[in-house]
Design a protein around this ligand. Structure first.
Ligand code: NAD
Length: 283
């Protein structure tokens, strides 16, 4: 339990031990889905650099993933593993969670972050893209949470952070599947939060605005095609058009919020959706 330090009797003289560092994740184990790039990798770095062990997951070139894994392990002096679960398959998602507990001995932090996007008018939206986005962006979080909750309950502590989006709170045209899935993530977050509230577990959603990662790079091209605009027009008018700060949210800014949520100080933040979008959803 966190305790504020008592004042020392003589100013300048420290008689009490300093409070422990709330961002110290030493001995904790995190599973982060979709952590081979972008936001997931940044959150994995945030955990590892504070002493936590990490199970990475996601798509990519195997040798590049192994380079990332080994670099993180060596530079942070923690255990870093990789599990190749495909987020479209529920049994593989459950296996990823079980692997973390077996391989690293516990599970403290689950981050449901894997996500994909497809930009298309609803009447032309391909069925397989709809199914894929719902599976990766929403159902995978359900399968991971279902597998993680019994482990966290047995440990009497756990932190579940779902990376939703500003699109979990508001819509934009041509993103029917993504917006539906991200709204679903927020509903799932609230429901799970209520179910685990007495078990030392919290479940929250982070709702970023636009962050400069590969998923956005691809969208710029898709939006240009769908709307008949140039790349520059999409960047300035469509992407950053919705963000009052007129700049991308950074992964460091997301990591700051994430570290608060997984710390002991985050114990009463539960079932909430945290906007970190430069003011987008204030409009
Ligand atoms: P990204 O493309 O860099 O990362 C997506 C990750 O998901 C990658 O590691 C990828 O390999 C993984 N992934 C995709 N399909 C998978 C599958 N079938 N199985 C396993 N892993 C799979 O993009 P990002 O921006 O870092 O996105 C991370 C999350 O943040 C997503 O849920 C996204 O919706 C959300 N988000 C991003 C932004 C943004 O502007 N970048 C804004 C709001 C929310």
């Amino acid at each position: 339990m966190f305790q504020w330090p008592k004042r020392s009797s003589t100013p300048g003289e420290t008689t009490e031990a300093r409070p422990r560092d709330l961002n110290d994740l030493n001995g904790q184990v995190a599973v982060i889905t979709g952590s081979t790039s972008g936001i997931g990798l940044a959150l994995a770095r945030a955990v590892a650099s504070r002493g936590g062990d990490v199970v990475l997951n996601g798509l990519g070139d195997p040798s590049e993933i192994e380079r990332t894994r080994a670099e993180l392990e060596t530079s942070c002096g923690v255990r870093v593993r990789y599990h190749a679960a495909d987020m479209r398959r529920g049994e593989e998602v459950a296996d990823l969670v079980a692997y973390a507990a077996h391989e690293l001995g516990r599970l403290d932090i689950l981050v449901n972050n894997a996500g994909v996007q497809h930009v298309e008018a609803v009447e032309k939206f391909p069925s397989e893209k709809w199914e894929q986005i719902l599976a990766i962006n929403l159902s995978s979080a359900f399968y991971a949470i279902r597998a993680a909750v019994p482990i966290m309950k047995a440990q009497t502590r756990g932190r579940i952070v779902n990376v939703a989006s500003a699109h979990g709170l508001v819509a934009s045209p041509f993103k029917s599947a993504y917006v539906a899935a991200k709204h679903g993530v927020i509903g799932l977050t609230k429901t799970v939060a209520l179910e685990v509230a007495r078990d030392g577990i919290t479940c929250n959603a982070i709702c970023p605005g636009f962050v400069e990662t590969p998923i956005v790079e691809k969208q710029i091209a898709d939006q240009a095609r769908t709307r008949g605009l140039s790349r520059e027009q999409v960047l300035n008018d469509v992407i950053l058009g919705s963000q009052p700060t007129k700049r991308f949210v950074t992964t460091d800014e997301l990591a700051g919020l994430f570290l608060y949520l997984v710390s002991d100080l985050g114990a009463s933040a539960n079932g909430a959706s945290f906007s970190i979008d430069g003011g987008w959803t204030a409009q």
